[in-house]
Ligand binder design. Structure first.
Ligand code: ADP
Ligand code: MG
Length: 317
């Protein structure tokens, strides 16, 4: 099983005329490629507004009508292969969303209905997503995967602690049995302890064989748990590779800047602001903020070097 994103671009047109060739265009995702694999947690990090949520929504076919999407997204499991961008809505609904790909929403706990028990909500979702299996068994399996015990099924959301409610929210994303898990800012607004718990939970799902994507602007939150890292800047990936290597030896000046902004990196925020996505330069979009732009060769292609790739190629010293 895998989810392969191949040269994905998403643009929005603004204004009334209803076409990508008319008026102003927002380039939210530009030429992005990566693959989610079982047993690995990929963290996609980048500042707010760089296109992370648009990317995540695209993977489950949830985009507004003013979007123009290019590229391919291949979900495959065994002999089954579906190109998600061209797939008809009934296929996405009946085969993919919730069943093949689970979405952990931002503040997952708040998506629980306050007036029903957790078990009731999980069984209802299971009846829709897995009509041929026993909803009670599916609900039990889902809470077991997030480390809750059976007693939690009888509880109403307000009877759960913050940590348990967060787990329950993640269980809702698992009840349809998806092997791919997408989590968009799953820890936004949580305190540090819950951030760590939620990240451990998502990492545990990867260890159990799921393919996990965690999208966050909080590099610190994924430091311990990411297997792979993809750094996004102004709609493009600027650096990708094994997380340990990128944290230890970041190559791209933007990745170095993100690490330098962390408390243990010196708390030095990157000066300046990202560019407007309506006015992206053809070359490196980070150049106006880049501390090493004197050595810039102008080459900002994302190029592979072994298992890493980077979009910065300064002149050799
Ligand atoms: N429906 C839309 N129409 C036009 N622009 C949009 C739409 N949805 C998102 N955007 C723009 O796409 C860019 C990326 O947004 P988003 O993916 O939410 O960023 P992130 O999740 O990284 O904070 C932003 O500039 C945002 O304003
Ligand atoms: Mg977002």
């Amino acid at each position: 099983m895998s989810l392969r994103v191949d040269r994905l671009s998403v643009r929005f047109w603004l204004g009334p005329r209803g076409s990508i060739d008319s008026g102003e265009v927002v380039s939210a995702v530009s030429d992005v490629s990566f693959t989610l694999r079982p047993g690995r947690l990929l963290a996609l990090v980048g500042e707010s507004g760089c296109g992370k949520s648009v990317l995540t929504s695209t993977l489950v076919g949830l985009l507004p009508a003013n979007a123009d999407v290019r590229g391919e997204v291949w979900w495959s499991a065994g002999a089954e292969r579906v190109e998600l961008l061209g797939a008809p809505e009934p296929v996405l609904r009946d085969r993919i969303r919730g069943r093949a790909i689970g979405l952990v929403p931002q503040s997952a706990a708040t998506h629980l209905t306050p007036v029903r028990t957790l078990g009731g909500q999980l069984r209802e979702a299971a009846r829709v997503l897995r009509p041929s299996s026993d909803p009670g068994a599916a609900a039990l399996a889902a809470i077991a995967q997030v480390g809750l015990d059976e007693a939690a099924l009888e509880k109403y959301p307000h009877e759960l602690s913050g940590g348990m409610a967060q787990r329950a929210g993640v269980a809702m994303a698992l009840v349809g049995g998806p092997e791919v898990i997408l989590a968009d800012e799953p820890t936004a607004g949580l305190d540090r302890e819950l951030v760590e718990q939620t990240m451990d939970l998502l990492a545990g799902l990867a260890r159990a064989g799921h393919a996990v994507l965690v999208v966050t602007h909080d590099l610190r939150a994924v430091r311990r748990v990411a297997d792979d890292l993809a750094v996004m800047y102004a709609s493009r990936l600027v650096e990708t590779g094994p997380a340990g290597a990128l944290f230890d030896r970041p190559w791209h000046p933007y990745t170095r800047g993100l690490l330098g902004a962390l408390p243990d990196g010196g708390f030095r925020p990157i000066p300046g602001d990202p560019p407007e996505l309506t006015r992206l330069p053809d070359g490196c979009a980070f150049r106006p903020r880049c501390p090493v732009s004197e050595d810039c060769t102008g080459d900002s292609e994302l190029r592979a070097h072994g298992d890493r790739a980077v979009a910065c190629h300064p002149a050799p010293a």
